[in-house]
Write a protein that binds this ligand. Sequence first.
Ligand code: FES
Length: 120
Amino acid sequence: MSCQLLGSDEIMHHAEQTLGVRSGGTTADGMFTLEHAECQAACTEAPNVQVNYRHCHRMTTGAFDQLVDDLRHGRLDGEIPQHGTLGRVRQQIPADKAAGVVAPDATAAPVWLPAKEAAK
Ligand code: FES
């Protein structure tokens, strides 16, 4: 909803015009596949575009053109992984953006396991 209210439809229309494909299509060179996405849980930074699971916040048509140009010329190779490498690359959250979530203690027994069984 945030993205839609802040111009995602305009961004998608611009993307379709710029790339020459409709949503769901792939460019003739195979470099870009354009798809709608559901909320990416970055609503405060809307409108968002996602490229291989990397978020590009507060997107504008001009920023989209720059993004496409940067991708075509490999200027984002260190930031945005190649398609197909997503499962091996985790999203990095800068320390100043972290919400204070603590990773679960993987050595502790699951909560549904009775204590006497966990001690075995
Ligand atoms: S509506 Fe776009 S990130 Fe939530």
